[in-house]
Design a protein around this ligand. Sequence first.
Ligand SMILES: [Zn+2]
Length: 428
Amino acid sequence: MSEILIRGAKVLGGAVQDVLISGETVTAVGAALEAPGATVVEAAGHILLPGLVDLHTHLREPGREDSETVLTGTRAAAAGGYTAVHAMANTFPVADTAGVVEQVWRLGKESGYCDVQPVGAVTVGLEGKQLAELGAMADSAAQVRVFSDDGKCVDDAVIMRRALEYVKAFDGVVAQHAQEPRLTEGAQMNEGTVSGELGLTGWPAVAEESVIARDVLLAAHVGSRVHICHLSTAGSVEIVRWAKSKGWDVTAEVTPHHLLLTDELVRSYNPVYKVNPPLRTEADVVALREALADGTIDCVATDHAPHPHEDKDCEWAAAAMGMVGLETALSVVQHTMVDTGLLDWAGVADRMSARPAAIGRLAGHGRPVAPGEPANLVLLDPAYRGVVNPAGFASRSRNTPYEGRELPGRVVATFLRGRATVMDGKLT
Ligand SMILES: [Zn+2]
């Protein structure tokens, strides 16, 4: 059995330890471990965390392989320190049957870079009219537990209620893209001072908050689980905080870009900043950071949304919404949460690994770094400083809002069940 000895890493940012991996498992954690014949990874000054888990990734396959495939997306995930990603259902065809989710699940297995857990659509064709085969997807080889029409909101309250009731049978969760459609018709950016000055149609905070308020009430009413995708406003934080104070089974995610960027960037008219939900205000960013720190927001999810050059390099109104995020997420979280003192590395492990794995009911991920646990790990160098260069991305797409921006931290190695998918900062 092959052995890897990670020597002198700060486990979860705490004590300096050696970590021995034998085969697929962590077999020892301690000081001055001896392992003759093991491959040694020198990790002085580096942080060791459980492999990251993303609840919200668009891998685009099947149907839009010009922007990303399961293989290129999982390579990007590994490069970013991820060992598991949830693949969103808005593919072509839509992942609304057992057949499609099993296809995505198998492609993930074949990739070998990162576990791929398919998300099933809530409604047939993401059309919001008729429930998809939720039970069949749950019973399939992919064992789907997260269901979402992401990209579109499940806006019909009766359909949402039925979905919440249905998923209880197999401990599933409905992940809502909260966007009241009538309030956001033709929306191009956050509704506020900047949209008024630029004359662009606004996407008001209330369009997100009203759906979240309805859905936490619905989830409480039927006793089910609801997860809020890419929460983006201070008002949404208040609603989730209130719902949690009632003891309701409500969880929420925030994207890295909503922790850092604001709608002021839209003044550039650079479509790389066009995203759904839109970049909000500085006050929203502050509220989101505080909510992630205090646990009101459970986790960071990338909403990695690759788009080909021709869909982003055009005039603002015509551009597709979305940003790639897998390869920069950890750096943005270090910059916004760790280097600001809001969260320590153990907190990062919780918000980017343990909690998303728990929400997705994903066994084998988000586990402690301890003997007997699966060796899904990421080793990072927090002292590294570098300028983001999308030419070096493993993703097939380049639509990052951070090009040319200096961000801290670098993934040095990623281990998927004891096998290095990244070593010395490079994909294996
Ligand atoms: Zn979405």
